[in-house]
Every structure is written in structure tokens, then in C-alpha cells.
Ligand binder design. Structure first.
Ligand code: ZN
Ligand code: ZN
Length: 337
């Protein structure tokens, strides 16, 4: 079958002769219809940090079941599905507490085993989610990134009627804005320096957009109190420091973006002086994945402004190059294998 092989750092190739996956008893074979390229795929491409080389990348996908293993009960050939790509151990301290995103031995489709940037993928039955007729394959392939935002908003303790500032309007930022609105936010202010991204943030329901240097205007718009919540969806040193200045005294900062580079911290005393709660969130649980699917089913999430390009497998190596450029304005690139 055709697929994308992650050979080594900065090298991915299109292969025509990858073996079609052989399914185990409790697995199904899915013909992949859509698969999104994720920021973490790009991070691995550049540094080799998150995903193993020698595998097919791709963990945000949807498709149709074409074969079922002998022990599979609930699923049939022809079912339209997406999957939670995480493969938790189900044994560790965190798995036993339903916190599989914190699993000590976590693996994943397109992370430690072959993923969905290919014609076919094998998936364990307990990771599958059914797509109803009113949800497209593209929406199905968007459940995973939406789940990241759902988990972050749930973990932040956000309450109906509160306001928030979202820093960074990439995929996670654009979905976090929408999840906050679906959760009853009074205002969602967004800080985003790049013009096309800022426009998309307005399209998905941001109250107002600000350039990073104008962050203090949000203070005025909140009666000089500051927003109840700040979501750092950019993960750059500036957003980390701005968050501490911006959030109201007694407010909560949720760090979703991954600060991969070391940086010099200024103004950290604010954390104590302002009684700020700061938390990090990573990934999502089965529960937040299910909630994300529900939001997409009910059309509470608009994926159109987020998907900026649609490509075939042949164009994937070029797309990875585009996504690594600092002046890149693509958000989500959707692949049709
Ligand atoms: Zn992802
Ligand atoms: Zn575990």
C-alpha cells in the first residue's frame, strides 16, 4: 500500500510498497479517508523528539472499516469511524485513575506504531468511535485536535459566564476559542501577531483580536481586572511571561502549548503575588475525546477556518517543509490518502 515513512530527522518519503497492516483478533482495518498533519508531527520531523523513526506518522484521522478481527463484536465492514490514537498501558497508577493521557508507558498510533498517513491502518476496537451520518470524514479527523482543547478547558475549571484570553491562534488556539464559547464564555480575547491567523480567530468567534504588544488593552476591556482565564496555546517565551501579567489576580493560566526551548524567565514573582493558579495540560482522555466528537456532531465547532489546505500523499513531504518555515501561514493541512 501507499504511505508516508518517517525515515529519520528531516526525512519523510512516499512509499508505494509498504505492507498492508495485518489485523489482530481485537483489531479492525480502516481505509483512511482523511488525516490531518499535527504540530507534533512537525516537531518530530525537525527534532525526532516525540515520535519514533521507521514508522508511518499520522494520528488525526477518520475512515471506513474494511475488515474486522474475529474477536470484534461492535464493529462491521462499512462503519465510518475515527479513533483515539493513544495506546495507554491500562496498568499504571494513572491509567487506573482514568488519566490515560498521563500514562507512564503511553504509546500511540503514528507515535510508536504505524499511523494514518497511509491507505490503511489497523486499530484496536476499544479505541474506535463511530461517526454518525451528519459528520464528515474531515470533521472525524478533527476530533483529536478538538479533544486537546476540550481537555484543556475542562482541566482549567472554566465556569459559564467567565471570560478568557487565548494566546496563539493556531489549530489548538482556534479550537480552544470555540470550546470556550460552547462552554458559555462571556468574552474570548485573542492575542495573535499573524494577520491571516487573527482573521480566522474572528471567524470562529473571538470577541476581539490583539497584537502581543497591545495585551494591556484586554485589561481595560475587563474593567482593569484582567481575564479570569488565560490559555497559552502558543508555547513561546513571550506568551508565558504575558500570561502572568495579563491574568486577573486569583485567575488561572492553562499552558497547552509546549515550551520546547529554554528561556530566561522574567516576572515569575507575579505567580505568588497575584495568587495565580497555573496548570499544564497534555493530550486528552477518552472522556474529553467523546465530548469533542459530540461538539462536532452538534456543529458547535466549525472546522472550515482551521483547515487551510487539502493535499494527497504525494504532496506530504513538501507540506512538512512548508509547515517548518517561520513565515508559514497554513494552519491545518488535511491529507486524503
Ligand atoms: Zn495531533
Ligand atoms: Zn498506563
Amino acid at each position: 500500500m501507499r504511505g508516508i515513512l518517517f525515515q529519520e530527522v528531516k526525512s519523510i518519503i512516499v512509499k508505494d510498497d509498504l505492507p498492508k497492516p495485518k489485523i489482530k483478533k481485537d483489531e479492525v482495518l480502516v481505509r483512511v479517508k482523511k488525516c490531518g498533519i499535527c504540530g507534533s508531527d512537525i516537531e518530530s520531523y525537525l527534532t525526532g523528539a516525540l515520535m519514533l523513526t521507521g514508522i508511518t506518522l499520522g494520528h488525526e484521522f477518520a475512515g471506513e472499516i474494511v475488515e474486522v478481527g474475529e474477536a470484534v463484536k461492535k464493529w462491521q465492514v462499512g462503519d465510518r469511524v475515527t479513533a483515539n490514537p493513544n495506546l495507554p498501558c491500562n496498568k499504571c497508577y494513572w491509567c487506573k485513575r482514568n488519566l490515560e493521557n498521563m500514562c507512564k508507558n503511553i504509546g500511540g498510533l503514528g507515535l510508536t506504531v504505524n499511523g494514518a498517513l497511509a491507505e490503511y491502518i489497523s486499530v484496536k476496537q476499544d479505541r474506535l468511535y463511530r461517526l454518525t451520518d451528519d459528520i464528515s470524514f474531515e470533521e472525524g479527523a478533527s476530533v483529536e485536535p478538538v479533544a486537546v482543547s476540550v481537555f484543556a478547558v475542562q482541566a482549567s475549571g472554566f465556569k459559564i459566564g467567565e471570560n478568557a484570553a487565548v494566546l496563539g491562534a493556531g489549530t489548538v488556539g482556534l479550537y480552544t476559542i470555540q470550546v470556550l464559547n460552547a462552554s458559555g464564555a462571556s468574552d474570548v480575547f485573542v492575542i495573535e501577531p499573524v494577520e491571516p491567523q487573527a482573521k480566522r480567530a474572528l471567524e470562529v468567534g473571538a470577541t476581539q483580536i490583539f497584537e502581543p504588544k497591545n495585551w494591556s488593552k484586554i485589561n481595560k476591556l475587563t474593567k482593569k481586572i484582567g481575564p479570569d482565564h488565560v490559555f497559552d496555546c502558543a508555547g513561546v517565551p513571550q506568551t508565558y511571561m504575558d500570561s502572568l501579567k495579563l491574568v486577573r489576580t486569583g485567575g488561572t493560566i492553562t499552558v497547552v502549548g509546549i515550551h520546547a526551548e529554554p528561556f530566561e524567565m522574567k516576572g515569575f514573582h507575579q505567580l505568588a503575588l497575584k495568587n495565580i493558579t497555573m496548570k499544564g495540560t497534555y493530550c486528552y482522555t477518552q472522556d474529553s475525546f467523546k465530548t469533542a466528537l459530540g461538539l462536532l456532531e452538534k456543529k458547535k465547532i466549525d472546522i472550515k477556518p482551521v483547515i487551510t489546505k487539502r493535499i494527497t500523499l504525494d504532496e506530504v513531504p513538501e507540506a512538512f517543509e512548508i509547515l517548518t518555515k517561520p513565515n508559514n501561514t497554513e494552519v491545518k493541512i488535511m491529507v486524503e490518502p
